[in-house]
Design a binder for this molecule. Sequence first.
Ligand SMILES: Nc1ncnc2c1ncn2[C@@H]1O[C@H](COP(=O)(O)OP(=O)(O)OP(=O)(O)O)[C@@H](O)[C@H]1O
Length: 276
Amino acid sequence: MSHQHSHAGQANETADCAIRLHNLTLTYHRHPVVHHVSGSFQAGELTAIVGPNGAGKSTLLKAIVGLMQPNHGQIDLLGIDRRELAYLPQQAAIERDFPLAVQDVVLLGDWRHSGWFGRVSRTARQRADAALERVGLAGFGKRSVDELSAGQFQRVLFARLLLQDARVILLDEPFTALDARTTADLLALVAGWRREGRTVIAVLHDFEQVRAHFPQTLLLAKECVAWGATAQVLNAANIARSNGMPQSWDDNAPICHRDESIAPVEHVHDHSALHH
Ligand SMILES: Nc1ncnc2c1ncn2[C@@H]1O[C@H](COP(=O)(O)OP(=O)(O)OP(=O)(O)O)[C@@H](O)[C@H]1O
């Protein structure tokens, strides 16, 4: 089965790529959870990362933002500074059991302008209020985050992303456990980011949502199963194949011994012979 990569021609690899993965392997306790993945995320495009539980999707996002180092291979940010990346972890990983005001949480998105401990300007507060209005939470600024519902809190975190004004936005399961209305409102913001030319990479589980809103998809099951136009990637054969890949938590999961020299970037990969 071939790795479907819709990039055609040199222009895509240079001008239109935001982030390129070269033979990337990420491991926990020597067991690879992302294994020899190569390819690129298109600039100014919405890319979904999908795959079964434990497929390495969150781990890949963490490595892109620099929270963990590649064991082998590399991640190239093309013309992008790490500070221009915004990252929204899974909501389950975010502590919000503290009485911080909504406006202060949103203002954390402004740290590039104000510095972590800088004085917050009146304009920054106005921008925070405007961002809250855009996510449907006008007037919520003085409330405490520990009083919000899960959906309201996710809106607050999107307001913070609006303030952060990042060129590349990485979202880990941003719509999980949200109702249809909240999901639709936040998806509209994501569509707006695309119109503004931002690059969005989101880990998602709902294939219908991906088909409707994300033109590009990386199907990951530790290895790259397919990467390219969503309609081609999310076909029955690829999905069945991703569900049949060995899980990294198996005790029998292989340890990576392969020669780790960085392979040249390929536009089309043949994954019919899986390697370890
Ligand atoms: N901090 C860690 N230490 C050890 N193993 C970890 C750690 N974090 C994740 N793993 C393991 O790495 C593998 C990939 O996890 P990851 O969270 O990247 O998967 P995922 O594709 O995001 O899964 P899900 O869809 O369930 O969120 C899993 O087998 C997981 O148990």
